[in-house]
Design a protein around this ligand. Sequence first.
Ligand code: ADP
Ligand code: MG
Length: 269
Amino acid sequence: MTRTYAGARERPFGSRPVTTALHDVDLDIRAESSLGIIGESGSGKSTLVRLLAALDAPTSGTVEVDGRPVDAAGPARSLHWLRALTGIVFQDPYASLDPRMSVGRIVGEPLWALGAPGDHRARVEEVLLRVGLDAEAAERFPHEFSGGQRQRIALARAIVHRPRLLLADEPLSALDVSVRARIIDLLARLRTEEDLTLVLVSHDIGVVAHVCDEIAVMKDGRIVERGRTADVLARPRHPYTRELLAAAPVLPPAPDGAARDREDVGRRD
Ligand SMILES: Nc1ncnc2c1ncn2[C@@H]1O[C@H](COP(=O)(O)OP(=O)(O)O)[C@@H](O)[C@H]1O
Ligand SMILES: [Mg+2]
Protein backbone atom coordinates (compact mmCIF):
# COMPACT_ATOMS: atom_id res chain seq x y z
CA MET A 1 0.00 0.00 0.00
CA THR A 2 1.01 3.58 -0.58
CA ARG A 3 0.14 6.78 1.25
CA THR A 4 1.00 10.19 -0.11
CA TYR A 5 0.24 13.57 1.38
CA ALA A 6 -0.16 16.74 -0.63
CA GLY A 7 1.54 19.62 1.13
CA ALA A 8 0.64 23.29 1.05
CA ARG A 9 1.12 25.21 -2.20
CA GLU A 10 4.27 27.23 -2.13
CA ARG A 11 2.63 29.96 -4.24
CA PRO A 12 -0.95 30.64 -5.36
CA PHE A 13 -2.06 28.19 -8.10
CA GLY A 14 1.29 26.42 -7.82
CA SER A 15 1.43 22.68 -7.58
CA ARG A 16 1.28 21.06 -4.19
CA PRO A 17 4.46 19.22 -3.18
CA VAL A 18 3.74 15.58 -2.52
CA THR A 19 5.25 13.61 0.35
CA THR A 20 5.18 9.87 -0.05
CA ALA A 21 4.94 8.63 3.53
CA LEU A 22 4.66 5.00 2.44
CA HIS A 23 5.97 3.58 -0.85
CA ASP A 24 4.30 0.35 -1.84
CA VAL A 25 4.67 -1.21 1.56
CA ASP A 26 3.68 -4.85 1.60
CA LEU A 27 3.52 -6.16 5.12
CA ASP A 28 2.04 -9.35 6.41
CA ILE A 29 1.70 -9.74 10.17
CA ARG A 30 1.13 -13.19 11.56
CA ALA A 31 -1.47 -13.61 14.29
CA GLU A 32 0.08 -13.69 17.77
CA SER A 33 3.46 -12.57 16.54
CA SER A 34 5.15 -9.45 17.78
CA LEU A 35 6.56 -7.14 15.18
CA GLY A 36 8.81 -4.23 16.01
CA ILE A 37 8.98 -1.37 13.54
CA ILE A 38 12.02 0.82 13.72
CA GLY A 39 13.38 3.64 11.63
CA GLU A 40 14.29 7.26 11.90
CA SER A 41 11.80 10.06 12.38
CA GLY A 42 9.76 10.65 9.22
CA SER A 43 10.31 7.14 7.83
CA GLY A 44 6.57 6.39 7.81
CA LYS A 45 6.14 4.36 11.01
CA SER A 46 3.17 6.30 12.37
CA THR A 47 1.53 6.41 8.97
CA LEU A 48 1.73 2.63 8.81
CA VAL A 49 0.15 2.32 12.28
CA ARG A 50 -2.62 4.76 11.37
CA LEU A 51 -3.43 2.73 8.27
CA LEU A 52 -3.57 -0.50 10.29
CA ALA A 53 -5.91 1.17 12.77
CA ALA A 54 -8.06 2.72 10.03
CA LEU A 55 -7.34 6.17 11.41
CA ASP A 56 -6.21 6.96 7.89
CA ALA A 57 -6.68 5.33 4.48
CA PRO A 58 -4.04 4.36 1.92
CA THR A 59 -3.87 6.39 -1.29
CA SER A 60 -3.60 3.08 -3.11
CA GLY A 61 -3.57 -0.52 -2.03
CA THR A 62 -5.49 -2.22 0.73
CA VAL A 63 -5.23 -3.07 4.39
CA GLU A 64 -6.64 -6.33 5.69
CA VAL A 65 -6.93 -7.33 9.30
CA ASP A 66 -7.85 -10.89 10.18
CA GLY A 67 -8.54 -11.51 6.49
CA ARG A 68 -11.07 -8.67 6.23
CA PRO A 69 -10.52 -5.54 4.17
CA VAL A 70 -10.41 -2.35 6.21
CA ASP A 71 -12.46 0.47 4.75
CA ALA A 72 -11.20 3.52 6.61
CA ALA A 73 -13.30 5.82 4.43
CA GLY A 74 -16.56 4.02 5.16
CA PRO A 75 -19.13 4.84 7.88
CA ALA A 76 -17.97 4.43 11.47
CA ARG A 77 -20.22 1.45 12.13
CA SER A 78 -18.57 -0.50 9.31
CA LEU A 79 -15.38 -0.42 11.38
CA HIS A 80 -16.96 -1.71 14.57
CA TRP A 81 -15.34 -5.13 14.09
CA LEU A 82 -11.92 -3.55 13.69
CA ARG A 83 -12.33 -1.42 16.83
CA ALA A 84 -13.29 -4.57 18.72
CA LEU A 85 -10.23 -6.36 17.43
CA THR A 86 -7.71 -3.58 17.99
CA GLY A 87 -6.21 -1.64 20.87
CA ILE A 88 -3.90 1.29 20.37
CA VAL A 89 -1.42 3.18 22.53
CA PHE A 90 0.14 6.43 21.46
CA GLN A 91 3.33 8.18 22.31
CA ASP A 92 2.14 10.90 24.61
CA PRO A 93 0.13 9.82 27.66
CA TYR A 94 -0.44 13.50 28.50
CA ALA A 95 -2.17 14.27 25.22
CA SER A 96 -3.99 10.97 24.76
CA LEU A 97 -6.01 10.92 28.02
CA ASP A 98 -8.94 13.34 28.29
CA PRO A 99 -8.18 15.43 31.41
CA ARG A 100 -11.89 15.96 32.21
CA MET A 101 -12.70 12.27 32.35
CA SER A 102 -12.11 10.03 35.34
CA VAL A 103 -9.69 7.18 34.79
CA GLY A 104 -12.60 4.75 35.11
CA ARG A 105 -14.45 6.43 32.24
CA ILE A 106 -11.32 6.67 30.12
CA VAL A 107 -10.46 3.01 30.56
CA GLY A 108 -14.07 1.82 30.21
CA GLU A 109 -14.83 3.91 27.15
CA PRO A 110 -14.12 1.15 24.58
CA LEU A 111 -16.52 -1.16 26.44
CA TRP A 112 -19.35 1.38 26.24
CA ALA A 113 -18.50 2.37 22.68
CA LEU A 114 -18.52 -1.26 21.55
CA GLY A 115 -21.55 -2.20 23.63
CA ALA A 116 -19.53 -5.00 25.21
CA PRO A 117 -21.53 -7.37 27.41
CA GLY A 118 -20.80 -7.86 31.12
CA ASP A 119 -20.08 -5.65 34.12
CA HIS A 120 -18.01 -2.80 32.74
CA ARG A 121 -17.05 -1.42 36.14
CA ALA A 122 -15.71 -4.78 37.27
CA ARG A 123 -13.77 -5.20 34.05
CA VAL A 124 -12.25 -1.73 34.42
CA GLU A 125 -11.08 -2.55 37.95
CA GLU A 126 -9.68 -5.87 36.81
CA VAL A 127 -7.71 -4.29 34.01
CA LEU A 128 -6.37 -1.48 36.24
CA LEU A 129 -4.93 -4.13 38.56
CA ARG A 130 -3.57 -5.94 35.53
CA VAL A 131 -1.46 -2.94 34.53
CA GLY A 132 -0.17 -2.43 38.06
CA LEU A 133 -2.54 0.27 39.32
CA ASP A 134 -5.08 0.24 42.17
CA ALA A 135 -8.77 -0.31 41.53
CA GLU A 136 -9.34 3.08 43.25
CA ALA A 137 -7.48 4.75 40.38
CA ALA A 138 -10.83 4.58 38.55
CA GLU A 139 -12.17 7.44 40.69
CA ARG A 140 -9.22 9.70 40.02
CA PHE A 141 -8.22 11.96 37.12
CA PRO A 142 -5.25 11.81 34.74
CA HIS A 143 -3.47 14.84 36.26
CA GLU A 144 -3.09 12.91 39.52
CA PHE A 145 -0.78 10.42 37.81
CA SER A 146 2.82 10.49 36.61
CA GLY A 147 3.83 9.84 33.02
CA GLY A 148 4.54 6.14 33.60
CA GLN A 149 1.25 5.65 35.41
CA ARG A 150 -0.60 7.46 32.63
CA GLN A 151 0.93 5.10 30.12
CA ARG A 152 -0.37 2.24 32.29
CA ILE A 153 -3.83 3.83 32.10
CA ALA A 154 -3.48 4.10 28.32
CA LEU A 155 -2.50 0.41 28.18
CA ALA A 156 -5.47 -0.53 30.35
CA ARG A 157 -7.80 1.26 27.93
CA ALA A 158 -6.10 -0.41 24.99
CA ILE A 159 -6.72 -3.94 26.31
CA VAL A 160 -9.98 -3.50 28.27
CA HIS A 161 -12.15 -4.92 25.46
CA ARG A 162 -9.80 -7.90 24.97
CA PRO A 163 -8.51 -6.99 21.52
CA ARG A 164 -6.41 -9.42 19.47
CA LEU A 165 -4.12 -6.79 18.02
CA LEU A 166 -2.26 -4.16 20.02
CA LEU A 167 -0.71 -1.25 18.16
CA ALA A 168 1.79 0.81 20.13
CA ASP A 169 3.34 3.87 18.49
CA GLU A 170 6.46 4.94 20.41
CA PRO A 171 4.79 4.26 23.78
CA LEU A 172 7.99 5.05 25.69
CA SER A 173 9.25 8.16 23.96
CA ALA A 174 7.51 10.65 26.23
CA LEU A 175 8.56 8.88 29.43
CA ASP A 176 11.51 9.36 31.75
CA VAL A 177 14.30 6.94 31.05
CA SER A 178 13.88 5.53 34.57
CA VAL A 179 10.31 4.33 33.89
CA ARG A 180 10.78 3.04 30.37
CA ALA A 181 12.07 -0.37 31.41
CA ARG A 182 9.05 -1.02 33.60
CA ILE A 183 6.57 0.01 30.93
CA ILE A 184 8.32 -2.09 28.30
CA ASP A 185 8.24 -5.09 30.65
CA LEU A 186 4.55 -4.51 31.24
CA LEU A 187 3.94 -4.39 27.51
CA ALA A 188 5.87 -7.62 27.01
CA ARG A 189 3.97 -9.31 29.82
CA LEU A 190 0.53 -8.19 28.60
CA ARG A 191 1.40 -9.36 25.13
CA THR A 192 2.13 -12.91 26.29
CA GLU A 193 -0.59 -13.17 28.92
CA GLU A 194 -3.32 -11.79 26.68
CA ASP A 195 -2.12 -13.65 23.54
CA LEU A 196 -1.93 -10.41 21.63
CA THR A 197 -0.51 -9.74 18.24
CA LEU A 198 1.74 -6.78 18.88
CA VAL A 199 2.97 -4.10 16.53
CA LEU A 200 5.42 -1.94 18.42
CA VAL A 201 6.90 1.17 16.88
CA SER A 202 10.06 2.62 18.31
CA HIS A 203 13.06 4.50 17.08
CA ASP A 204 15.04 2.46 19.59
CA ILE A 205 16.17 -0.88 18.24
CA GLY A 206 16.99 -2.04 21.78
CA VAL A 207 13.34 -1.67 22.81
CA VAL A 208 11.93 -3.71 19.96
CA ALA A 209 14.69 -6.31 20.30
CA HIS A 210 13.65 -6.80 23.91
CA VAL A 211 9.96 -7.40 23.17
CA CYS A 212 9.51 -8.46 19.56
CA ASP A 213 10.09 -11.73 17.70
CA GLU A 214 10.43 -9.91 14.42
CA ILE A 215 11.78 -6.58 13.30
CA ALA A 216 10.93 -4.46 10.28
CA VAL A 217 13.25 -1.59 9.47
CA MET A 218 11.77 1.43 7.71
CA LYS A 219 13.55 4.10 5.78
CA ASP A 220 12.00 6.80 3.61
CA GLY A 221 8.60 5.13 3.52
CA ARG A 222 9.88 1.68 2.65
CA ILE A 223 10.53 -1.48 4.62
CA VAL A 224 14.19 -2.06 3.87
CA GLU A 225 14.70 -5.12 6.03
CA ARG A 226 12.52 -7.59 7.83
CA GLY A 227 13.38 -10.70 9.73
CA ARG A 228 13.44 -12.56 13.00
CA THR A 229 14.91 -10.39 15.73
CA ALA A 230 17.88 -12.63 16.42
CA ASP A 231 18.76 -12.80 12.71
CA VAL A 232 18.46 -9.06 12.17
CA LEU A 233 20.66 -8.37 15.18
CA ALA A 234 23.27 -10.97 14.29
CA ARG A 235 23.29 -10.51 10.52
CA PRO A 236 21.81 -7.16 9.49
CA ARG A 237 21.60 -7.09 5.70
CA HIS A 238 20.75 -3.51 4.97
CA PRO A 239 23.41 -0.83 5.53
CA TYR A 240 20.83 1.32 7.32
CA THR A 241 20.14 -1.45 9.84
CA ARG A 242 23.88 -1.77 10.44
CA GLU A 243 24.01 1.96 11.03
CA LEU A 244 21.21 1.72 13.59
CA LEU A 245 22.94 -1.13 15.36
CA ALA A 246 26.26 0.65 15.40
CA ALA A 247 24.63 3.73 16.90
CA ALA A 248 22.85 1.76 19.63
CA PRO A 249 24.42 -1.62 20.32
CA VAL A 250 21.77 -4.03 21.56
CA LEU A 251 22.51 -6.32 24.45
CA PRO A 252 20.72 -9.64 24.53
CA PRO A 253 17.57 -9.45 26.69
CA ALA A 254 18.25 -10.03 30.40
CA PRO A 255 16.88 -13.22 31.90
CA ASP A 256 13.60 -12.75 33.77
CA GLY A 257 14.73 -11.28 37.03
CA ALA A 258 13.40 -10.24 40.37
CA ALA A 259 13.62 -6.60 39.45
CA ARG A 260 10.62 -6.89 37.17
CA ASP A 261 7.70 -4.62 37.66
CA ARG A 262 7.71 -3.88 41.33
CA GLU A 263 6.69 -0.33 40.85
CA ASP A 264 5.08 1.24 43.87
CA VAL A 265 1.76 2.61 42.71
CA GLY A 266 1.75 5.48 45.15
CA ARG A 267 5.06 6.73 43.93
CA ARG A 268 5.39 9.40 41.27
CA ASP A 269 7.42 7.66 38.63
N1 ADP B 1 -0.98 14.39 7.95
C1 ADP B 1 0.13 14.59 7.26
N2 ADP B 1 0.21 15.56 6.34
C2 ADP B 1 1.34 15.75 5.61
N3 ADP B 1 2.45 15.01 5.72
C3 ADP B 1 2.43 14.01 6.61
C4 ADP B 1 1.29 13.74 7.43
N4 ADP B 1 1.58 12.69 8.24
C5 ADP B 1 2.84 12.31 7.94
N5 ADP B 1 3.34 13.10 6.97
C6 ADP B 1 4.69 12.97 6.38
O1 ADP B 1 4.88 11.60 6.05
C7 ADP B 1 6.19 11.18 6.39
C8 ADP B 1 6.14 10.03 7.36
O2 ADP B 1 5.62 10.49 8.62
P1 ADP B 1 5.38 9.53 9.86
O3 ADP B 1 4.60 8.35 9.41
O4 ADP B 1 4.78 10.36 10.93
O5 ADP B 1 6.87 9.10 10.24
P2 ADP B 1 7.47 8.49 11.59
O6 ADP B 1 6.33 8.05 12.47
O7 ADP B 1 8.34 7.37 11.14
O8 ADP B 1 8.26 9.59 12.22
C9 ADP B 1 6.91 12.40 6.93
O9 ADP B 1 7.61 12.99 5.87
C10 ADP B 1 5.78 13.29 7.37
O10 ADP B 1 6.15 14.64 7.34
MG1 MG C 1 5.86 8.58 14.44
